[in-house]
Unconditional design. Structure first.
Length: 463
């Protein structure tokens, strides 16, 4: 706006994003989506699907990645709005960068997505708890006023209280944003009267941890569940236990749950439409799905503790300790352990190779030093000769003392005197380096995983 003054404390990055997102002539408020999740859980491929691009076109970013999702109005043939997508690249220590994604100014227009990796179901519970904590910690740093916090939490509660299951004859697509806005303006009086109505209270266990923004839990790589059933012998009871655990946590935070597969493009369009529905307050068309293990869809406001309890489980599945029920298969853990051992051996070989190269350099340096000493003029030959003649002459011996003569070996020019005898002084120089070089070369030639055998010493007695 022409009359709008820029914030002097606003960074260049924030100004650029604000100007880019406000361009396009749209009268809709642009929204923001924050995506959290572990590394390699499927975040980047998911963003590609949300933008309508090939999943192979994207490369992983660093720290925080930014993308823009345009919402096109098919009938008006124009861009109706834009959604900023921020992605934290799987590292908790980059959480301080979340201030660029969600801040006090745009928190009311934001949505958080926590991505889970369904190809490693034994990590789902801990991963979800970790990233919910990261999100909670960041929102606390915004230092919102009490009034702003109450308003955000009230909106979250109303999203649950006013949810309605779509009718079977409802159109299976979202209405035009322009058409939706017109409908909202014409029904403003009805909405004002509905605000005065008493809404039903939330059941126990729902929104116990109201963070003030809508949350979606997205399970990526849902096509891997069939692989787990076939190769890791996971049963339907395992998948039902996982769904029940995730839905309990989602209820506590007021979050929705959806399983997608970016590789097979399953439920990706559904997720995109649902994001638009939540951010712009549009009634959604898709009914919930909890029976197909790889197509789960639980919208915000539909679920309840009583519905979760309908998942009948028995025996060990009544255990609330997730890690004791859903754990990594032994065969997979063994393969990973064997792979780790092979990697350790390769690292050891690299280490020994590095030592061998170092020894070869030392051997070369010692050889050059010997050549240099041979070509250097000996300016102390006369003094060395007099020294040798003086100390090489016989010394009077005391019969009471040892009759071992002093060493009479001539000293080389340039050598240093030593208080020890040659038998006590370890041999130094190229010969020792060559021996060590040969030793490490033998280690490098051994077969990975095979213990080296010690060389036999003919002089040592047999055991």
């Amino acid at each position: 706006m022409a009359g709008e003054q820029q914030n002097p404390h606003e960074g260049v990055w924030q100004q650029t994003l604000r100007d880019a997102s406000s361009s396009g002539g749209t009268s809709f408020t642009n929204k923001s989506v924050l995506i959290l999740g572990d590394r390699n859980c499927g975040k980047t491929s998911l963003v590609a699907r949300l933008q309508g691009r090939d999943v192979n076109e994207f490369s992983k970013g660093l720290a925080v990645d930014y993308a823009l999702m345009e919402i096109k109005d098919e009938k008006a043939d124009e861009i109706a709005s834009k959604i900023n997508i921020w992605q934290l690249e799987g590292e908790e220590h980059h959480a301080d960068l979340l201030k660029y994604a969600i801040n006090a100014e745009n928190v009311s227009e934001s949505l958080a997505i926590i991505v889970l990796d369904l190809s490693a179901p034994w990590n789902l519970h801990d991963s979800l708890a970790k990233w919910l904590k990261v999100l909670d910690t960041h929102l606390r740093t915004l230092k919102l006023t009490r009034q702003a916090q109450d308003s955000l939490r009230s909106t979250n509660e109303k999203r649950f209280q006013t949810y309605k299951v779509p009718s079977t004859d409802a159109p299976k697509h979202l209405p035009s944003l322009h058409k939706h806005k017109t409908a909202q303006e014409t029904s403003s009086s009805d909405s004002e009267s509905s605000k005065q109505e008493d809404l039903p209270p939330l059941p126990n266990g729902v929104l116990d941890r109201n963070l003030g923004i809508p949350i979606l839990v997205v399970g990526c790589k849902a096509d891997s569940l069939e692989t787990h059933a076939r190769e890791n012998f996971m049963k339907d009871s395992d998948f039902e236990y996982i769904q029940r655990d995730l839905r309990k946590t989602c209820l506590s935070y007021g979050a929705g749950l959806i399983y997608v597969s970016s590789r097979k493009d399953n439920n990706c369009s559904l997720l995109k439409d649902y994001i638009i529905s939540v951010l712009y307050g549009i009634s959604f068309y898709q009914e919930p799905e909890v029976y197909e293990k790889d197509l789960v869809f639980v919208p915000i406001g539909w679920d309840s503790p009583s519905k979760v309890e309908l998942i009948e489980l028995s025996g060990n599945y009544n255990n609330d300790n997730f890690s004791q029920v859903i754990f990594k298969p032994r065969s997979l853990a063994q393969r990973e352990q064997e792979s780790s051992v092979v990697n350790d051996i390769e690292d050891e070989q690299s280490f020994l190779s590095h030592l061998r190269d170092t020894l070869e350099k030392m051997d070369l340096a010692a050889s050059k030093a010997d050549q240099l000493s041979e070509t250097t003029p000996n300016y102390s030959s006369s003094s060395s000769a007099s020294f040798q003649s003086e100390y090489s002459s016989p010394v009077p011996q005391n019969p009471a003392l040892s009759t071992t003569p002093l060493p009479t070996t001539p000293l080389n020019s340039g050598s240093r005197l030593s208080a020890t005898t040659p038998a006590q002084t370890p041999t130094k120089g190229p010969v020792d380096i060559q021996s060590l070089n040969s030793f490490f070369s033998n280690l490098l030639e051994r077969t990975p995983g095979k213990k080296p055998t010690a060389p036999s010493d003919p002089s040592s007695p047999a055991r």
